[in-house]
Design a protein around this ligand. Structure first.
Ligand code: KG4
Ligand code: ZN
Length: 336
């Protein structure tokens, strides 16, 4: 079984071919055309430009996959149907539905968040259920209890900015550029994480929700009041506050829900400090809990994770109709 997967929910055009053998996923190809250099000029993603660039890139990437013209080497087509930017999503959905009709293949609609969760199935061993999943990206910060494939319960989410958005906004106010996560984490390597005691909003709240806008504002005031502080120290201290909040909440969820595994995914899971801190604290405090996070390549948006998620929909015969499938910018992560 071989799936062609398409992801265009934000500013990465990505196409992948994923197959499955003996319960292991093989990413045969995963092509990503990033638009970062273009959006960086504007300090963030411009939806109309993103959609236009997806439309320009999607056909060349499809050709680069070298699928025969009749589609005979793929068995099904998977596409991100939401959530995301609707003009961007539409490009992927139009491509996938057209190919499904032309090649007479099954179509599988995937929720982008589900794709990020399933990127953890691209790590070495498949996770054991139940899982507590921390999903941290540019648009989302969610704690999810995953009891089985396709079975999700929200534990908490951000009440304002997403974790990645906080990285992006702080990088912008420090004049570092876009996207902020990689730039801040690089600068943080040269800084002292205990230089500034930034607040940790909602860290000790009973709820599993998050809030990052107060932290971002605290950084903005600090920069204004201390113009001579080293940006490296600001980056390290800010990153430490974000990691501390994310790790504390995840540990609280582990204590309460006693999962077999913890999953960490989404663009912010590329952050080495987050990956390592969570790994260390889990192995110290919950040594029996397995920890899964995708290889760095599959942390930010990619079609391979969409292909992996599609296999589990396929097993449940959960197919979409190519004549009616529409992009949904607010598509909820619902249990199958
Ligand atoms: O998952 P993703 O590619 O797109 C969304 O679904 O949003 O995540 C992009 C986000 C951006 O906000 C970016 O700044 C953040 O992931 N990010 C990072 C790192 N690499 C990417 N955040 C912190 N540290 C990183 N190393
Ligand atoms: Zn994403």
């Amino acid at each position: 079984m071989r799936i062609l997967a398409i992801e265009t929910s934000c500013d990465d055009t990505s196409l992948a071919i994923v197959s499955c053998k003996d319960d292991m996923f093989i990413v045969e190809k995963n092509l990503v055309s990033s638009q970062i250099d273009t959006h960086a000029l504007y300090g963030g993603v411009v939806p109309e430009i993103a959609a236009r660039m997806h439309a320009e890139q999607i056909a060349p990437l499809l050709y680069a996959l070298e699928i025969p013209q009749d589609g005979s080497t793929v068995d099904a087509i998977a596409v991100t149907a939401g959530p995301g930017l609707v003009p961007s999503l539409r490009v992927g959905v139009a491509c996938a539905t057209t190919l499904a009709v032309a090649w007479q293949k099954s179509l599988i609609a995937i929720n982008h968040l589900e794709g990020h969760l399933y990127s953890c199935w691209l790590a070495e061993k498949p996770p054991l259920f139940p899982c507590v999943a921390l999903l941290v990206s540019g648009g989302h910060t969610e704690l999810i209890f995953m009891k089985d494939h396709g079975n999700y319960e929200y534990l908490g989410r951000t009440r304002d900015d997403a974790a990645g958005e906080a990285f992006d906004k702080v990088a912008k106010l420090l004049g570092l550029g876009y996207p902020g996560g990689p730039l801040i984490s690089k600068k943080a390597l040269e800084g002292k994480k205990d230089a500034i005691d930034f607040p940790r909003p909602m860290k000790n709240a009973i709820s599993f929700d998050f809030s990052f806008s107060g932290l971002k504002t605290a950084v903005a005031y600090h920069v204004k009041d201390h113009p001579d502080d080293r940006p490296e120290d600001i980056c390290a201290s800010f990153q430490d506050a974000v990691v501390d909040i994310l790790v504390s909440k995840t540990l609280k969820a582990v204590e309460k829900y006693q999962p077999a595994s913890v999953l960490l995914s989404g663009g912010v899971s590329a952050n080495i400090s987050l990956r390592e801190t969570l790994k260390k604290i889990l192995s110290d405090r919950f040594p029996h809990v397995h920890y899964h996070t995708p290889p760095i390549t599959y942390t930010t948006d990619n079609a391979a994770m969409i292909g992996v998620a599609a296999f589990f929909h396929l097993q449940k015969n959960d197919f979409a109709d190519p004549l009616t499938l529409a992009a949904d910018p607010n598509l909820p992560l619902s249990s199958l």
